[in-house]
Design a protein around this ligand. Structure first.
Ligand SMILES: Cc1cc2nc3c(=O)[nH]c(=O)nc-3n(C[C@H](O)[C@H](O)[C@H](O)COP(=O)(O)OP(=O)(O)OC[C@H]3O[C@@H](n4cnc5c(N)ncnc54)[C@H](O)[C@@H]3O)c2cc1C
Length: 385
Protein backbone atom coordinates (compact mmCIF):
# COMPACT_ATOMS: atom_id res chain seq x y z
CA UNK A 1 0.00 0.00 0.00
CA UNK A 2 1.21 3.49 -0.76
CA UNK A 3 2.13 4.89 2.67
CA UNK A 4 1.09 8.34 1.51
CA UNK A 5 -2.48 7.07 1.34
CA UNK A 6 -2.65 5.77 4.91
CA UNK A 7 -5.17 7.49 7.16
CA UNK A 8 -6.21 9.80 4.34
CA UNK A 9 -9.38 10.90 6.21
CA UNK A 10 -7.38 11.89 9.27
CA UNK A 11 -4.83 13.65 7.10
CA UNK A 12 -7.56 15.65 5.34
CA UNK A 13 -9.12 16.59 8.65
CA UNK A 14 -5.77 17.74 10.07
CA UNK A 15 -5.06 19.83 6.98
CA UNK A 16 -8.49 21.46 7.30
CA UNK A 17 -7.76 22.58 10.86
CA UNK A 18 -4.22 23.69 9.95
CA UNK A 19 -5.58 25.87 7.15
CA UNK A 20 -7.11 28.08 9.85
CA UNK A 21 -3.58 28.84 11.08
CA UNK A 22 -1.75 30.42 8.15
CA UNK A 23 1.87 31.50 7.99
CA UNK A 24 1.15 34.98 9.44
CA UNK A 25 -0.13 33.33 12.63
CA UNK A 26 3.10 31.35 13.09
CA UNK A 27 5.28 34.32 12.16
CA UNK A 28 3.69 36.43 14.85
CA UNK A 29 3.98 33.69 17.49
CA UNK A 30 7.61 33.19 16.51
CA UNK A 31 8.38 36.92 16.69
CA UNK A 32 6.78 37.19 20.14
CA UNK A 33 8.01 33.75 21.30
CA UNK A 34 4.38 33.20 22.24
CA UNK A 35 2.65 29.86 22.79
CA UNK A 36 0.17 29.02 20.01
CA UNK A 37 -2.72 28.55 22.45
CA UNK A 38 -5.40 28.92 19.76
CA UNK A 39 -3.81 26.27 17.56
CA UNK A 40 -3.43 23.79 20.42
CA UNK A 41 -7.05 24.43 21.45
CA UNK A 42 -8.20 23.79 17.87
CA UNK A 43 -6.36 20.48 17.46
CA UNK A 44 -7.57 19.43 20.90
CA UNK A 45 -11.18 20.31 19.99
CA UNK A 46 -10.84 18.32 16.80
CA UNK A 47 -9.82 15.32 18.94
CA UNK A 48 -6.37 14.90 17.39
CA UNK A 49 -4.45 15.04 20.67
CA UNK A 50 -6.72 12.35 22.11
CA UNK A 51 -5.96 9.96 19.23
CA UNK A 52 -4.09 7.50 21.46
CA UNK A 53 -6.49 7.68 24.42
CA UNK A 54 -8.74 4.58 24.51
CA UNK A 55 -12.40 5.12 23.64
CA UNK A 56 -13.54 4.11 27.13
CA UNK A 57 -11.72 7.21 28.42
CA UNK A 58 -13.10 9.55 25.77
CA UNK A 59 -10.36 9.29 23.13
CA UNK A 60 -10.39 7.68 19.70
CA UNK A 61 -8.31 4.63 20.62
CA UNK A 62 -6.17 4.83 17.49
CA UNK A 63 -2.69 3.40 17.04
CA UNK A 64 0.70 5.06 16.78
CA UNK A 65 0.48 5.12 12.97
CA UNK A 66 -2.54 7.44 13.18
CA UNK A 67 -0.72 9.68 15.66
CA UNK A 68 2.21 9.78 13.21
CA UNK A 69 -0.13 10.81 10.38
CA UNK A 70 -1.51 13.64 12.54
CA UNK A 71 1.91 14.97 13.54
CA UNK A 72 3.29 14.66 10.01
CA UNK A 73 0.40 16.62 8.50
CA UNK A 74 0.71 19.37 11.09
CA UNK A 75 4.35 19.88 10.10
CA UNK A 76 3.72 19.49 6.37
CA UNK A 77 1.06 22.22 6.64
CA UNK A 78 3.67 24.67 7.96
CA UNK A 79 2.38 24.55 11.54
CA UNK A 80 4.49 23.61 14.56
CA UNK A 81 3.38 20.47 16.37
CA UNK A 82 6.13 20.94 18.97
CA UNK A 83 3.61 23.06 20.85
CA UNK A 84 1.56 19.98 21.60
CA UNK A 85 3.32 16.74 20.78
CA UNK A 86 4.17 15.62 24.31
CA UNK A 87 0.63 14.45 24.93
CA UNK A 88 1.20 11.84 22.23
CA UNK A 89 4.67 10.88 23.55
CA UNK A 90 3.86 10.24 27.15
CA UNK A 91 0.44 8.70 26.59
CA UNK A 92 1.87 5.24 26.10
CA UNK A 93 3.63 5.31 29.47
CA UNK A 94 0.45 6.33 31.23
CA UNK A 95 -1.63 3.72 29.38
CA UNK A 96 0.79 0.87 29.98
CA UNK A 97 1.90 1.59 33.53
CA UNK A 98 -0.60 4.01 35.07
CA UNK A 99 -3.10 2.67 37.61
CA UNK A 100 -6.81 2.39 36.80
CA UNK A 101 -7.38 5.18 39.28
CA UNK A 102 -4.90 7.48 37.49
CA UNK A 103 -6.40 6.66 34.10
CA UNK A 104 -9.95 7.32 35.32
CA UNK A 105 -8.91 10.53 37.04
CA UNK A 106 -6.98 12.07 34.16
CA UNK A 107 -7.57 10.52 30.75
CA UNK A 108 -11.17 11.70 30.20
CA UNK A 109 -10.17 15.24 31.19
CA UNK A 110 -7.10 15.12 28.94
CA UNK A 111 -9.29 13.88 26.09
CA UNK A 112 -11.65 16.86 26.39
CA UNK A 113 -8.79 19.33 26.77
CA UNK A 114 -9.83 20.26 30.30
CA UNK A 115 -6.35 19.13 31.40
CA UNK A 116 -3.15 19.27 29.36
CA UNK A 117 -0.42 16.66 29.67
CA UNK A 118 2.33 18.45 27.80
CA UNK A 119 5.40 18.31 30.05
CA UNK A 120 7.96 15.53 30.30
CA UNK A 121 10.72 16.17 32.83
CA UNK A 122 13.73 13.93 32.19
CA UNK A 123 16.75 16.06 31.16
CA UNK A 124 18.90 17.68 33.84
CA UNK A 125 21.71 20.21 33.51
CA UNK A 126 24.45 18.00 34.94
CA UNK A 127 23.50 14.55 33.62
CA UNK A 128 22.93 15.37 29.92
CA UNK A 129 22.23 12.30 27.86
CA UNK A 130 23.36 10.07 30.72
CA UNK A 131 19.85 9.79 32.18
CA UNK A 132 20.85 7.23 34.80
CA UNK A 133 23.02 9.81 36.54
CA UNK A 134 20.16 12.26 37.06
CA UNK A 135 20.03 13.82 40.53
CA UNK A 136 16.49 15.03 41.17
CA UNK A 137 15.42 13.03 44.21
CA UNK A 138 11.93 12.10 45.44
CA UNK A 139 12.08 11.03 49.10
CA UNK A 140 9.14 9.08 50.53
CA UNK A 141 7.60 10.75 53.58
CA UNK A 142 4.43 9.01 54.79
CA UNK A 143 1.72 9.44 52.15
CA UNK A 144 3.84 11.83 50.14
CA UNK A 145 7.10 12.19 48.24
CA UNK A 146 9.28 15.26 48.74
CA UNK A 147 11.04 16.31 45.54
CA UNK A 148 14.31 18.27 45.35
CA UNK A 149 16.47 18.96 42.32
CA UNK A 150 16.40 20.58 38.90
CA UNK A 151 15.23 19.76 35.40
CA UNK A 152 16.18 21.53 32.19
CA UNK A 153 14.54 21.74 28.78
CA UNK A 154 11.16 20.79 30.21
CA UNK A 155 9.21 22.13 27.27
CA UNK A 156 5.68 23.53 27.52
CA UNK A 157 5.78 23.41 31.36
CA UNK A 158 4.06 26.79 31.54
CA UNK A 159 1.30 25.49 29.29
CA UNK A 160 0.65 22.15 30.90
CA UNK A 161 -1.40 20.99 33.87
CA UNK A 162 0.40 17.70 34.29
CA UNK A 163 4.02 16.62 34.03
CA UNK A 164 5.50 13.15 33.81
CA UNK A 165 8.56 13.44 36.03
CA UNK A 166 11.50 11.05 36.28
CA UNK A 167 13.28 11.23 39.62
CA UNK A 168 15.60 9.09 41.68
CA UNK A 169 13.97 7.35 44.64
CA UNK A 170 16.94 5.19 45.70
CA UNK A 171 20.51 6.56 45.66
CA UNK A 172 22.57 5.21 42.76
CA UNK A 173 25.08 3.49 45.07
CA UNK A 174 22.30 1.46 46.75
CA UNK A 175 20.76 -0.23 43.71
CA UNK A 176 21.64 -3.65 42.31
CA UNK A 177 21.23 -2.69 38.66
CA UNK A 178 22.06 0.79 37.54
CA UNK A 179 18.71 1.00 35.73
CA UNK A 180 16.90 0.57 39.08
CA UNK A 181 16.06 3.27 41.61
CA UNK A 182 14.42 5.79 39.26
CA UNK A 183 10.67 6.37 39.49
CA UNK A 184 8.03 8.06 37.38
CA UNK A 185 5.45 10.46 38.76
CA UNK A 186 2.42 12.17 37.31
CA UNK A 187 2.71 15.61 38.87
CA UNK A 188 -0.22 18.00 39.03
CA UNK A 189 1.60 21.20 38.18
CA UNK A 190 -1.30 23.49 39.02
CA UNK A 191 -0.87 22.65 42.69
CA UNK A 192 2.93 22.57 42.55
CA UNK A 193 3.84 26.00 41.17
CA UNK A 194 4.74 28.26 44.07
CA UNK A 195 4.74 25.35 46.53
CA UNK A 196 8.23 23.97 45.94
CA UNK A 197 8.26 24.17 42.16
CA UNK A 198 9.52 27.14 40.12
CA UNK A 199 9.46 27.33 36.34
CA UNK A 200 11.86 29.59 34.41
CA UNK A 201 11.52 30.01 30.63
CA UNK A 202 14.57 29.53 28.39
CA UNK A 203 14.66 31.62 25.23
CA UNK A 204 15.85 29.55 22.28
CA UNK A 205 16.59 30.10 18.58
CA UNK A 206 13.07 28.95 17.73
CA UNK A 207 9.70 29.33 19.41
CA UNK A 208 9.61 26.25 21.65
CA UNK A 209 8.31 27.33 25.10
CA UNK A 210 11.00 25.40 26.87
CA UNK A 211 11.92 25.91 30.53
CA UNK A 212 14.03 24.90 33.48
CA UNK A 213 12.31 23.74 36.63
CA UNK A 214 13.54 23.96 40.19
CA UNK A 215 12.20 21.62 42.87
CA UNK A 216 12.72 22.71 46.43
CA UNK A 217 10.82 20.42 48.79
CA UNK A 218 7.82 19.98 46.49
CA UNK A 219 5.35 17.61 48.17
CA UNK A 220 3.41 15.29 45.88
CA UNK A 221 0.97 12.57 46.96
CA UNK A 222 2.28 8.99 46.88
CA UNK A 223 -0.63 8.28 44.52
CA UNK A 224 1.26 10.30 41.85
CA UNK A 225 3.70 7.40 41.45
CA UNK A 226 3.29 5.63 38.10
CA UNK A 227 3.66 1.86 38.41
CA UNK A 228 6.20 0.50 40.89
CA UNK A 229 8.78 2.56 42.70
CA UNK A 230 12.26 2.12 41.23
CA UNK A 231 11.10 0.88 37.81
CA UNK A 232 10.65 4.27 36.15
CA UNK A 233 13.59 3.99 33.79
CA UNK A 234 12.20 0.79 32.28
CA UNK A 235 8.81 2.47 31.83
CA UNK A 236 10.15 5.42 29.91
CA UNK A 237 12.24 3.27 27.56
CA UNK A 238 9.23 1.89 25.68
CA UNK A 239 7.67 5.37 25.68
CA UNK A 240 10.86 6.73 24.17
CA UNK A 241 10.50 4.42 21.18
CA UNK A 242 7.06 5.90 20.52
CA UNK A 243 8.54 9.38 20.94
CA UNK A 244 11.28 8.70 18.39
CA UNK A 245 8.82 7.34 15.84
CA UNK A 246 6.53 10.35 16.31
CA UNK A 247 9.43 12.78 15.95
CA UNK A 248 10.43 10.87 12.82
CA UNK A 249 6.93 11.48 11.43
CA UNK A 250 7.18 15.19 12.27
CA UNK A 251 10.50 15.38 10.45
CA UNK A 252 8.94 13.73 7.40
CA UNK A 253 6.23 16.41 7.49
CA UNK A 254 8.88 19.13 7.69
CA UNK A 255 10.84 17.60 4.81
CA UNK A 256 7.67 17.53 2.71
CA UNK A 257 7.06 21.21 3.48
CA UNK A 258 10.61 22.19 2.45
CA UNK A 259 10.50 20.09 -0.71
CA UNK A 260 7.09 21.46 -1.76
CA UNK A 261 8.21 25.05 -1.09
CA UNK A 262 11.49 24.61 -2.94
CA UNK A 263 9.81 22.95 -5.94
CA UNK A 264 7.20 25.71 -6.22
CA UNK A 265 9.78 28.48 -5.87
CA UNK A 266 12.18 26.88 -8.36
CA UNK A 267 9.36 26.77 -10.90
CA UNK A 268 8.37 30.41 -10.32
CA UNK A 269 11.59 32.30 -9.83
CA UNK A 270 13.04 33.49 -13.08
CA UNK A 271 16.74 34.41 -13.39
CA UNK A 272 18.68 34.69 -16.66
CA UNK A 273 15.26 34.77 -18.35
CA UNK A 274 14.25 31.25 -17.28
CA UNK A 275 12.97 29.52 -14.14
CA UNK A 276 15.84 28.59 -11.83
CA UNK A 277 14.24 25.11 -11.65
CA UNK A 278 15.28 24.51 -15.29
CA UNK A 279 18.85 24.22 -14.06
CA UNK A 280 19.78 20.73 -12.98
CA UNK A 281 22.03 22.30 -10.36
CA UNK A 282 18.78 23.47 -8.71
CA UNK A 283 16.61 20.45 -9.59
CA UNK A 284 18.91 17.70 -8.43
CA UNK A 285 19.23 18.75 -4.78
CA UNK A 286 15.42 18.90 -4.57
CA UNK A 287 15.05 15.47 -6.19
CA UNK A 288 17.72 13.99 -3.92
CA UNK A 289 15.96 15.37 -0.83
CA UNK A 290 12.71 13.85 -2.06
CA UNK A 291 14.30 10.41 -2.43
CA UNK A 292 15.89 10.67 1.03
CA UNK A 293 12.60 11.75 2.57
CA UNK A 294 10.69 8.84 0.97
CA UNK A 295 13.25 6.32 2.20
CA UNK A 296 13.09 7.74 5.74
CA UNK A 297 9.29 7.75 5.55
CA UNK A 298 9.30 4.01 4.89
CA UNK A 299 11.40 3.46 8.00
CA UNK A 300 9.00 5.59 10.07
CA UNK A 301 6.04 3.52 8.83
CA UNK A 302 7.93 0.28 9.41
CA UNK A 303 8.89 1.28 12.96
CA UNK A 304 5.32 2.35 13.78
CA UNK A 305 3.94 -0.97 12.48
CA UNK A 306 6.46 -2.95 14.52
CA UNK A 307 5.69 -0.89 17.62
CA UNK A 308 1.97 -1.50 17.22
CA UNK A 309 2.52 -5.25 16.82
CA UNK A 310 4.12 -5.15 20.28
CA UNK A 311 7.58 -6.21 19.13
CA UNK A 312 10.83 -4.59 20.25
CA UNK A 313 11.00 -1.61 17.93
CA UNK A 314 14.14 -0.15 19.55
CA UNK A 315 16.42 -0.37 16.52
CA UNK A 316 13.73 0.68 14.02
CA UNK A 317 12.50 3.57 16.19
CA UNK A 318 16.05 4.86 16.47
CA UNK A 319 16.72 4.46 12.75
CA UNK A 320 13.43 6.16 11.89
CA UNK A 321 14.35 9.16 14.03
CA UNK A 322 17.93 9.26 12.70
CA UNK A 323 17.01 9.03 9.01
CA UNK A 324 13.98 11.31 9.19
CA UNK A 325 15.76 14.05 11.17
CA UNK A 326 18.66 13.97 8.71
CA UNK A 327 16.26 14.00 5.75
CA UNK A 328 14.39 17.03 7.13
CA UNK A 329 17.58 18.90 7.93
CA UNK A 330 18.98 18.20 4.45
CA UNK A 331 15.70 19.44 2.96
CA UNK A 332 15.82 22.58 5.15
CA UNK A 333 19.32 23.40 3.94
CA UNK A 334 18.36 22.68 0.32
CA UNK A 335 15.30 24.92 0.65
CA UNK A 336 17.36 27.89 1.85
CA UNK A 337 19.78 27.35 -1.03
CA UNK A 338 16.93 27.17 -3.55
CA UNK A 339 15.39 30.40 -2.26
CA UNK A 340 18.74 32.20 -2.30
CA UNK A 341 18.52 35.50 -0.39
CA UNK A 342 14.76 35.18 0.09
CA UNK A 343 15.38 32.05 2.17
CA UNK A 344 16.54 34.44 4.89
CA UNK A 345 13.52 36.74 4.76
CA UNK A 346 10.95 36.26 7.49
CA UNK A 347 7.99 36.63 5.10
CA UNK A 348 8.85 33.42 3.21
CA UNK A 349 8.78 31.25 6.40
CA UNK A 350 11.75 29.18 5.24
CA UNK A 351 14.08 30.65 7.85
CA UNK A 352 11.55 29.93 10.63
CA UNK A 353 11.01 26.33 9.58
CA UNK A 354 14.80 26.00 9.13
CA UNK A 355 15.36 27.04 12.76
CA UNK A 356 12.58 24.74 13.97
CA UNK A 357 13.83 21.74 11.98
CA UNK A 358 17.36 22.07 13.36
CA UNK A 359 16.32 20.70 16.74
CA UNK A 360 15.64 17.13 15.76
CA UNK A 361 19.14 15.81 15.17
CA UNK A 362 19.82 16.88 18.80
CA UNK A 363 16.56 16.23 20.66
CA UNK A 364 14.89 14.18 21.99
CA UNK A 365 18.03 12.13 21.44
CA UNK A 366 21.11 13.17 19.53
CA UNK A 367 22.37 11.41 16.41
CA UNK A 368 25.56 10.17 18.10
CA UNK A 369 23.60 8.36 20.78
CA UNK A 370 21.44 6.64 18.14
CA UNK A 371 24.52 5.53 16.23
CA UNK A 372 26.00 4.28 19.47
CA UNK A 373 22.80 2.29 20.17
CA UNK A 374 22.89 0.70 16.72
CA UNK A 375 26.62 -0.03 16.96
CA UNK A 376 26.31 -1.78 20.32
CA UNK A 377 22.85 -3.32 20.37
CA UNK A 378 22.42 -4.25 16.71
CA UNK A 379 25.96 -4.75 15.45
CA UNK A 380 27.49 -6.11 18.66
CA UNK A 381 30.37 -3.63 18.74
CA UNK A 382 32.06 -2.92 22.10
CA UNK A 383 30.33 -0.52 24.49
CA UNK A 384 31.71 3.01 24.33
CA UNK A 385 30.20 4.28 27.58
C1 LIG B 1 14.40 22.89 22.53
C2 LIG B 1 14.60 21.67 23.36
C3 LIG B 1 13.50 21.03 23.91
C4 LIG B 1 13.67 19.92 24.73
N1 LIG B 1 12.59 19.37 25.36
C5 LIG B 1 12.79 18.43 26.33
C6 LIG B 1 11.70 18.00 27.15
O1 LIG B 1 10.55 18.41 26.98
N2 LIG B 1 11.98 17.13 28.16
C7 LIG B 1 13.23 16.65 28.39
O2 LIG B 1 13.40 15.87 29.33
N3 LIG B 1 14.27 17.04 27.62
C8 LIG B 1 14.08 17.92 26.60
N4 LIG B 1 15.14 18.35 25.83
C9 LIG B 1 16.48 17.84 26.10
C10 LIG B 1 17.03 16.96 24.97
O3 LIG B 1 16.43 15.70 25.03
C11 LIG B 1 18.55 16.92 25.12
O4 LIG B 1 19.05 18.23 24.86
C12 LIG B 1 19.18 15.93 24.20
O5 LIG B 1 18.83 14.61 24.57
C13 LIG B 1 20.71 16.03 24.24
O6 LIG B 1 21.15 16.01 25.56
P1 LIG B 1 22.11 17.16 26.15
O7 LIG B 1 21.62 18.45 25.66
O8 LIG B 1 22.24 16.97 27.60
O9 LIG B 1 23.49 16.88 25.44
P2 LIG B 1 24.77 16.18 26.05
O10 LIG B 1 24.41 14.85 26.63
O11 LIG B 1 25.48 17.15 26.91
O12 LIG B 1 25.60 15.91 24.72
C14 LIG B 1 26.22 17.00 23.98
C15 LIG B 1 26.76 16.42 22.68
O13 LIG B 1 27.72 15.40 22.97
C16 LIG B 1 27.37 14.20 22.32
N5 LIG B 1 27.68 13.06 23.22
C17 LIG B 1 27.45 12.95 24.55
N6 LIG B 1 27.89 11.75 25.00
C18 LIG B 1 28.39 11.10 23.93
C19 LIG B 1 28.98 9.81 23.73
N7 LIG B 1 29.14 8.94 24.74
N8 LIG B 1 29.38 9.45 22.47
C20 LIG B 1 29.24 10.32 21.44
N9 LIG B 1 28.69 11.55 21.57
C21 LIG B 1 28.26 11.92 22.79
C22 LIG B 1 25.86 14.27 22.08
O14 LIG B 1 25.50 13.50 20.97
C23 LIG B 1 25.67 15.76 21.83
O15 LIG B 1 25.87 16.04 20.47
C24 LIG B 1 14.98 19.41 24.96
C25 LIG B 1 16.08 20.05 24.37
C26 LIG B 1 15.91 21.17 23.59
C27 LIG B 1 17.12 21.86 23.02
Amino acid sequence: MNPLGRHSDIRDAVRNVCREFPAEYWREKDRERAYPTEFVAAITRAGFLAALIPEEFGGSGLGLDAACAIMEEIQASGCNGAAAHAQMYVMNTLLRYGSDEQKRAYLPRIATGEMRLQAFGVSEPTSGTDTLSLRTFARRDGDEYVVAGQKIWTSRAEHSDLMVLLARTTPGDRVEKKTDGLSLFLVDMREAVGHGMTIKPIRTMMNHSTTEIFFDGLRIPASALIGEEGKGFRYILSGMNAERILIGAECIGDAKWFIARASAYAGDRSVFARPIGMNQGVQFPIARCYARMRAAELMVHHAAALYMEGGNAGAEANMAKLLASEASWAAADMCVQTFGGFGFAEEYDVERKFREARLYTVAPISTNLILSYLAEHVLGLPRSY
